[in-house]
Structure formats: C-alpha cells, structure tokens
Design a protein around this ligand. Structure first.
Ligand code: OSB
Ligand code: MG
Length: 371
C-alpha cells in the first residue's frame, strides 16, 4: 500500500457546554484531522492540540506547520513504497524534537490506512483485551457548587463509572466535599488541577485526603517531576501525572523518582499509539495503574482511544466519554454509553469513518500534500 498524499483538514465544532479548566474556557473544539490517502483506502487521525498553547506548547497552527514543513516531507521516502513500515516511520519522525500531537495524528492516519489494507482493527493490533471499556467523565469548573452537583447528578444518572472534577485554587475543597457528601463513599471520584498549584500548596492539597479521591491529576507544573515526588510523599491521595509525561522515558523517570503512582496516558501527548503502548507496558511491569485521558476528541480520536483503553493495564476508567458529552452532532456515528461502557470498535483500522456531509459542515480549511 502506497500513500499518495496527506490531507490536513482543520475543523471547528461547537461544544455542548463551555468547558472550564484551570488554564481556560473552551467553547469550541478547533482541531485538525489528518487523512492519509492510498489508491484503495484512506486512514484518519485526529490531532489533540488545542487552539492556544495553554495545556501544552503545541497548538493547532503549529501542528499544521510542522506537518506541512517537516513531518510529512520526512516520510515521503517511506510512504512511496508499499507496504510502509510503521516503525521506520516512527524513527523518521523522532528526528524532529517535540510536536508529539502532530506526530501522533500523522502516525494514527497511517496506522488506520495500513490496518484497513490488512483488515485488522487497531484494538487487535495494540493488544486490546476487552470488548468494551468503563467510562468516566471530566467535569469542568462551574460558577457554583449547586450547578456542579446538578451536572454530576446528570452524569451519574447516565451511568458514568467515575467522576473527575477540574480544580484550581479557590475551587477545590468545597466542590470535592460537596460531591463526596452528596454521592457517598462509593462514587469513584478524582480531581484534575492542570498544573495550577505549587509545592507551597502541599498543606492545602492535603486537606483533600479525607475525601478518599482515587487520585489527584497533575497538581504541579508540567516540568517538575522532583517536586511532584516531594508532594506525593506529603499526600495520602495518589498523585497521577498528565502534562508531565511526554514519552516512555519521562514515565520511567517519574516512576523511579516516585513522582506519581498512576499515569494518565494520552496518545497525542506522547507522540502516538505506539509510544502510548510502551508507557502502558512499562507502567504495568512496575505495578503502576494507567488510564486513558481525553482531549475532547471527535469520534475519530475517540475510536482510537477506546482501542488503547482496552489494553490490560488500563485498570481505571478513562476520560473516554460518549459523543453526547461533547457534541450535539459528532462527525462519526456517535459513541453511546451502554451500562457505563463504550464498545471498542472492531472494524478495520480505527473502526469508524467520518460522515462526509457532517465533516464538510464543520471544515474550516483543507490542504493537500502530495507524496
Ligand atoms: O487535563 O485531562 C485534561 C481536556 C482538554 C485538555 C486537557 C484535559 C481535558 C479533560 C477532558 O480533562 C477530557 C475529555 O473528556 O476528553
Ligand atoms: Mg489532565
């Protein structure tokens, strides 16, 4: 299978409700889809980058630029032959520093196209062990505790198996206490600070300990593994890293230092599904639990994340929520929660395709890079 070209397609999708985190409020999901075209089929990948460099240094425009200028051209010797070797593709991409989200989108589109040619699903390729995965939901910062309780009540009613509350200084103890009191000790509950605290906040964060959270996600800055280790020793709540882990090497360093006892794996953040699987394998060998994070994906990115979340080391529910959590109309057939689970797609590749009329409606621009 020879790749004849790569399409970069920028889309914008209105979110069902604004999503507020410690780094900002999103009203739309502006993202990039990468389409790898062959004479017989095509593959899709979704870029996790956001509009602005707030969660990570990458943003949609840098992803487009680096793909167009460096990453796609670097692959042309590999993609002109059939079949291409995904490991050689990965080595060629690794020459360029950073830009994990751009690399991940490109790798996923190529994997999808390649697997469609052989008829294998991404789940089976990665080593998925279950047909469906339990799902959690990430609940944004709200303007009041009663508003939050209504939102959580609705999600619990829909069957979500775990609730994650976004927190920041000034919105932490009160919302966590209120949710724990209202929903009781059996609710799986965790908090995500998106790097909003410093080590000086350790005594304050320790006040979360009595609420029996599953974990606190990324309390401190993304580049501070040492201080996360110091904080972890001062909390009974397990520390989980998100923003800090960009590769299996970072994961190994974090485990060695004791910076975390749980890892949120987002394929985009670590440069793709193959690197995500390396982190899973490493964590599993060290008895470190992992779960699949999310970046407000459309059905394209969600399908691939579900394949990953089905690996045996993913022992905690992920941020793999149903399409209706994010969008009135998804660009694929919607993912619908069934008994708190989403099915792992079984069709070839990522197992879903965009519905072209719906995709065209949300498309802002497209660019074709011939190979
Ligand atoms: O920190 O996990 C995060 C969304 C955008 C950027 C960062 C994060 C998130 C979420 C939502 O928490 C996860 C999802 O439901 O996709
Ligand atoms: Mg997070």
């Amino acid at each position: 299978m020879k790749i004849t070209g790569i399409e970069l397609r920028r889309i914008t999708m209105p979110l069902i409700a604004p999503f507020r985190t410690s780094f900002g409020t999103e009203h739309h999901r502006d993202t990039l889809l990468v389409r790898a075209v062959t004479p017989d089929t095509e593959g899709w990948g979704e870029c996790a980058a956001m509009t602005a460099p707030l969660y990570s240094p990458e943003y949609t425009e840098t992803a487009i630029d680096v793909l167009r200028r460096y990453l796609v051209p670097a692959l042309s010797p590999h993609l002109a032959q059939a079949p291409f070797d995904i490991n050689a593709v990965n080595r060629a991409l690794r020459r360029y520093r950073g830009h994990q989200m751009a690399k991940s989108a490109l790798e996923t589109a190529l994997l999808d196209a390649g697997l469609r040619t052989t008829g294998q699903s991404l789940g089976s390729y990665l080593g998925a062990a279950v047909p469906a995965v339990p799902c959690g939901v990430s609940v944004g910062i709200m303007s009041s505790v009663p508003e939050l309780l209504d939102a959580v009540d609705d999600y619990v009613g829909q069957g979500y198996r775990r609730i994650k509350l976004k927190i920041e200084p000034g919105w932490d103890l009160a919302p966590v206490r209120a949710v724990r009191e209202r929903f009781g000790p059996d609710l799986l509950l965790q908090a995500d600070a998106n790097a909003a605290y410093t080590l000086a906040d350790a005594p304050h964060l320790a006040k979360l300990d009595p609420f029996d959270l599953l974990l606190i996600e990324q309390p401190l800055a993304d580049d501070d593994l040492v201080q996360h280790a110091q904080l972890a020793r001062r909390l009974s709540t397990p520390v989980c890293l998100d923003e800090s882990v960009h590769s299996a090497e970072h994961a190994a360093a974090a485990i060695t230092l004791g910076s975390c006892s749980i890892i949120n794996i987002k394929p985009g953040r670590v440069g793709g599904y193959l690197e995500a699987r390396r982190i899973h394998d490493l964590a599993r060998a060290h008895g470190v639990a992992v779960w699949c994070g999310g970046m407000l994906e459309t059905g394209i990115g969600r399908a691939a994340n579900l394949a990953l979340a089905a690996l045996p080391g993913f022992t905690l529910p992920g941020d793999t929520s149903a399409s209706s959590r994010y969008y009135t109309t998804d660009i694929t057939a919607p993912f619908v929660l069934q008994d708190g689970h989403l099915p792992v797609p079984t069709g070839p590749g990522i197992g879903v395709e965009p519905i072209m009329e719906l995709l065209d409606e949300v498309t802002v621009s497209t660019e074709w890079i011939p190979l």
